[in-house]
Design a protein around this ligand. Structure first.
Ligand SMILES: [Zn+2]
Length: 290
């Protein structure tokens, strides 16, 4: 989770985006046109028992501002509505204990992205959330089998949670194909979706997932989702039970979708500045000072 000053900057930018959306949609209504619709896929990692009331309140907010949909949805009829999908990465046990009962109560469908080789264990990967989930156990295989299939879709989050662009092709194929096959065998149903650990991906990772037979893969970039019916690479918005109410509401409305463009711009400006300072020092491109 970003630091508080960053959260305030992101929130301010998102308020401006939402104000722009409201103006634009009002103008469309005045012209007799249907307002633009949106769909956002939200990603949680952990909901502790202390956070359960906060999570419950967020689900009420979600129902007030959007219609919940499944993450494997093929199309979004009718156009013009606001939609949101709820997903969880890592398969923590506290999701079964604290989040699923609240979702069932409200008939909100969800997708759990599971790491096959850590079921029933303590997480051994690096976690970057607001609270270290190191002491929270991952759900067991038995718990996974017993999940209510009417609202829960099971999907892959690889076998061991590696940074996929940093591993070799053979290992990459193993991680995406192996986790899909293992889950399918365990649950007796087809596994269609995968989310990238740490949101990290490149073209090779996307190709490997297509080859493995997935129907859709999820990043951590908060673009609007499902702009095309058969969308393969879909963006998601990271959310936390501790998000401020206004922050969560703007995330559900898709007002944080400007962030990937801002990060991209920042990267380009920084690399240009680095190139300029290297030229000023008389260095060749790629040459370092030490
Ligand atoms: Zn993860």
């Amino acid at each position: 989770m970003p630091t508080t000053p960053k959260r305030i900057i992101f929130l301010t930018g998102s308020l401006l985006v939402e104000a722009g959306d409201l103006l634009w949609n009002n103008a469309r209504r005045l012209l007799g046109l249907r307002p633009h619709g949106s769909c956002v896929v939200l990603t949680y990692h952990s909901v502790t028992s202390e956070e359960r009331p906060l999570f419950a309140r967020q689900m009420d907010t979600l129902l007030r501002y959007a219609k919940p949909v499944r993450a494997d949805i093929e199309a979004l009829p009718p156009k013009g509505g606001r939609y949101a999908a709820v997903t969880f990465d890592d398969g923590m046990q506290n999701i079964v204990d604290n989040a699923l009962p609240e979702l069932e109560k409200r008939s909100i469908p969800t997708t759990l992205f599971i790491i096959t080789d850590v079921l029933g264990k303590l997480p051994d990967w690096e976690y970057f959330g607001p609270k270290d989930t190191g002491q929270e156990r991952v759900m067991s295989e038995e718990q996974l089998r017993k999940l209510p299939s009417a609202i829960v879709e099971i999907a892959s989050h690889t076998m061991t949670h590696p940074v996929l662009p940093q591993i070799d092709r053979e290992k990459l194929a193993q991680e995406v194909e192996g986790s899909r096959a293992k889950l399918a065998k365990m649950l007796g149903r087809e596994i269609k979706l995968l989310s990238f650990p740490y949101g990290a991906f490149n073209d090779d990772v996307v190709d490997a997932c297509r080859k493995a037979g997935y129907e859709r893969v999820f990043s951590a970039l908060p673009y609007f989702a499902f702009s095309e019916p058969q969308e393969f690479l879909t963006g998601r918005m990271g959310v936390y039970p501790t998000d401020w109410p206004i922050e969560f509401r703007l995330k559900v409305l898709g007002a944080y979708r400007w962030l990937p463009f801002m990060f991209d711009l920042k990267r380009k400006v920084l690399s240009r500045l680095r190139g300029q300072s290297a030229r000023e020092l008389g260095l060749k491109p790629g040459e370092k000072t030490a």
